[in-house]
Design a protein around this ligand. Structure first.
Ligand code: MCN
Ligand code: CUN
Length: 784
């Protein structure tokens, strides 16, 4: 009797998320839930100004407050060589300011006390004398001749440039432009935003002076990287460091970097010999931790009259804030921005990029970004929309002509990536028929005659997901593979551990489904555990939608190793040679005698109680997986809107999404990921940005100014799928976690711009707030 894979929760089962039981009942175990005996509480004093020299810090009053156990300043941290820390982009970042503060909200000191209220009082009692300096709030200001140097701490730093980078073939690209019939240009800003997970950052550091062991519970997406970083920076022995990521209330890339708060709680725990808890508040999270984007593009497409793309070139300026601390694992200074135009057949291209230090919080790669792929795809699809207008071509025909064809894979992009597979035209056609493209164009024309403005926006893109392979991706010299360890117990139940770390994506549900698919053990019989460096195999964590491409592949591979051993056990139990054993899901049978067989559970018992002579007991193994390539999911997003010309308010009429992420492990979870990403895409296009006034005050450090879309604003989404299995992934899956946030924003913006197509307006920078849209309609000018 064959096992029904969907019934046991295997591949393709929309299994309910097992972790949600405890989340919904309030029984999750988040960092802030952790209480240890004798635990103290830490609060951070942050800079009220964006750029100032610190003349003096007087902490004497804070020390006098009863219940205050420690006031840590930059000077004290410096005595332990910890006032500065290295960043993952090979820069340095202040842990606690010593010389200057460089952004509003920067960490200046911290206070440890018996409870958080006393600690907060302690912070308020610290007197800091600042000598204010002019604040720099844009790359343009930063790169001006007479700009004050923000990073005067760095030897040899002359201006405010933090990196320069280029890729592609400049000469060949220039030639393509010289031959072009039409050149289309787009200049835009992708504004600074923030993922703002529900749970802010935090840590509970517990240094035990008796054993010398440091245990840190913390909100990190990458516990093993943190352990390696602590070992290297604090020079503690790695086996005496245990990093535990308990439940995480959303990460979205905000929980990849190493923050001063973590470091301070560790240092204070070591100094005091007691557990120290730091729980960041919302303002602290919004004002100081890894933001997203803040990138300026200026670029163009070389086009033949019939619409064929001949080449692309662009320049990007990134606003890095005060420290270059992008948590991204590639050797490319600007992440994977050169994945732009990967879904189109573009012969040549050239990109230059430059990063600038400014008096703003550091970061840049968070918020479902795939390391600046979000910006790349937004720019790509905005430029594609503008080029179609310049050519006088239907935007669908223009895309169709240039999309990479199915028979072109594997396809080498002009910037060196190798895209693996896809059915781009099929996705586009499915999206168009779902939205009813031709009918909508007629409705739009008819509505225009009655003074109404309808618009349609399309965004098609493929993106690189799954860092790494280890040839090109590493963090601190550690290669970007990932791992899984599977232990099958005597009764056939199992525990699986991986080097990834779920923050809400549902790994506890989906990894068990891969085991069910490979072994026929019901998913409900498999516990999944992640995030504890003392027990999990070494892995690089969860970001860049890499878990399925890398750790998920390792899960399949370790299950196959288990199956190989189980086959030997089955041969022993059935008293035949291994060659005569056949596998069907959950069961080995004798070739030619399908009635004679043993279940995987019987093999598990035999591994502990009836193994053949000379065989090691037990049924467990591990696998380290180094993917040959990134995975390349494809998506087509189509949005229709109506813009009210009187107010500039726009409403989404329909949103159609066609995603191809290869084989779907859990279709329901995949759809949840896509809906979440579309919600964020809508938010970025419609309402979200963090700005600064001319003095560097952060406007957007609270939920009055920084808006999160609720169920009330968020439109409905219609989802469709195409499945092109990934040719190099063991179960054919591609990543999906970031796709809709990456490809979605351009669909919304293109729709609004389409509704304004007769006004001569070429671009409105995000977010498309009503006043900006109204200004564009009334003036006929671009709004930036
Ligand atoms: N999945 C699947 N079939 C596929 C691909 C994925 O069933 N073909 C499932 C996976 O098993 C997993 C989920 O979808 O449960 C997402 O998988 P994947 O695309 O591998 O992405 P990661 O697990 O690596 O998650 C990271 C990604 C990133 S980088 C951000 S940012 C983001 C995102 O996930 N942050 C999130 N989605 C999030 N969702 C929640 N709830 N919370 C976050 O912090
Ligand atoms: Cu860039 S946000 Mo996700 O890669 O953690």
């Amino acid at each position: 009797m064959t096992i029904d894979e969907v019934k046991i929760g295997g591949l393709g089962a929309s299994r309910k998320r097992v972790e949600d039981d405890r989340f919904i009942r309030g029984r999750g175990n988040y960092t802030d839930d952790i209480v240890l005996p004798g635990m103290l509480y830490m609060e951070i004093l942050r800079s009220p100004v964006a750029h100032a020299r610190i003349k003096s810090i007087d902490a004497s009053k804070a020390w006098q407050i009863p219940g205050v156990r420690m006031v840590l300043t930059g000077e004290m941290a410096a005595q332990r060589n910890l006032a500065w820390m290295p960043t993952l982009s090979y820069d340095t970042q202040a842990v606690l300011a010593t010389d200057k503060v460089r952004f509003q909200g920067q960490e200046v000191a911290c206070v440890v006390a018996d409870n958080p209220y006393i600690a907060k009082d302690g912070c308020e009692a610290i007197v800091v004398e600042y000598e204010q300096l002019p604040a720099i709030v844009s790359p343009k200001q930063a790169l001006a001749e007479d700009a004050p140097i923000i990073r005067d701490d760095k030897e040899g730093q002359t201006g405010n440039v933090c990196y320069q980078w280029e890729v592609g073939d400049k000469e060949a690209t220039d030639r393509a432009f010289a031959q072009a019939d039409v050149v289309s240009r787009m200049k835009l800003h992708y504004p600074r935003s923030h993922p703002s997970p529900i749970e802010c950052c935090g840590s509970v550091a517990d240094y035990n002076p008796a054993t010398g062991k440091l245990t840190v519970y913390m909100t990190t997406q990458a516990p093993h990287i943190i352990r390696a970083a602590v070992a290297l920076v604090a020079e503690l022995p790695e086996h005496m460091i245990r990093i535990v990521s308990p439940d995480i209330g959303g990460g979205f890339g905000n929980k990849v970097p190493v923050y001063p708060g973590y470091v301070c709680s560790i240092l204070c725990s070591i100094l005091l010999g007691k557990p120290v808890k730091w729980s960041e508040d919302k303002t602290g999270n919004l004002i100081s931790t890894g933001f997203a984007r803040d990138m300026y593009f200026d670029g163009e497409l070389a086009l033949r009259r019939d619409g064929k793309i001949l080449g692309v070139r662009f320049h990007a300026d990134t606003d890095q804030g005060a420290f270059f601390s992008d948590a991204q694992p590639s050797k490319f200074k600007i992440g994977l921005v050169h994945s732009a135009f990967a879904c189109y057949d573009v012969p040549v291209g050239h990109i230059t990029a430059r990063g600038a230090y400014t008096n703003k919080a550091p970061g840049g790669v968070a918020y479902r970004c795939s390391f600046r792929v979000t910006e790349a795809m937004f720019f790509q699809e905005r430029l594609m929309a503008a080029a179609a207008i310049d050519l006088g071509m239907d935007p669908v025909e223009f895309r169709r002509m240039n999309l990479v064809r199915d028979d072109q894979f594997p396809y080498r992009t002009p910037f060196g990536f190798l895209t693996d597979s896809g059915q781009y035209h099929k996705c586009l056609d499915l999206g168009l028929s779902a939205i009813g493209y031709e009918a909508f164009l007629q409705d739009k024309a008819a509505a225009r005659l009655r003074g109404r403005r309808l618009g349609i926006g399309i965004s098609t893109m493929t993106e690189p997901l799954g860092a790494g392979n280890s040839r090109e991706y590493d963090i601190l010299g550690i290669k970007m593979f990932d791992s899984a360890e599977l232990r099958v117990h005597p009764t056939g139940k199992a525990i699986l551990r991986t080097g990834a770390k779920t923050q809400g994506q549902g790994h506890e549900t989906t990894w068990a489904q891969i085991v069910a698919h490979e072994l026929g053990i019901p998913a409900d019989d498999v516990t999944v555990e992640e995030g504890d460096t003392d027990t999990a195999p070494f892995g690089m964590g969860t970001y860049a939608s890499r878990s399925t491409p890398v750790a998920g592949a390792a899960v399949a591979m370790v299950a196959r190793k288990i199956r190989a051993k189980a086959r030997k056990l089955a041969a022993h139990l059935l008293e035949v040679s291994e060659e005569d054993i056949e596998w069907e899901l959950g069961r080995f049978t004798v070739r030619g005698a399908p009635g004679r067989g043993v279940s995987i559970q019987e093999c598990a018992m035999a591994a502990y109680g009836n193994m053949p002579d000379g065989m090691e007991p037990g049924l467990e193994n591990n696998a380290y997986y180094d993917p040959p390539n990134l995975t390349w999911p494809f998506a087509c997003y189509i949005v229709t809107v109506e813009v009210d010309p009187e107010t500039g308010v726009w409403d989404v009429l329909r949103t159609v999404a066609v995603d191809d992420c290869g084989v779907r492990i859990n279709p329901m979870i995949v759809e949840g990921q896509i809906m979440g990403g579309l919600t964020e895409a809508y938010a970025m296009s419609n309402m979200q940005f963090i700005t600064f006034d001319s003095q560097g005050n952060c406007v957007g450090s609270n939920y009055m100014d920084y808006l999160l879309p609720t169920a009330w604003e968020t439109p409905g989404f219609e989802l469709h799928e195409v499945v092109t299995p990934c040719p190099h992934h063991p179960i054919g899956a591609k990543g999906v976690g970031e796709c809709a946030a990456v490809g979605g924003p351009a669909a919304f913006v293109n729709a609004v711009m389409d509704a304004l197509s007769d006004t001569g307006v070429r671009n409105i920078d995000m977010p498309l707030l009503p006043d900006r849209v109204w200004e564009a309609i009334t003036t006929g000018q671009d709004v930036s």
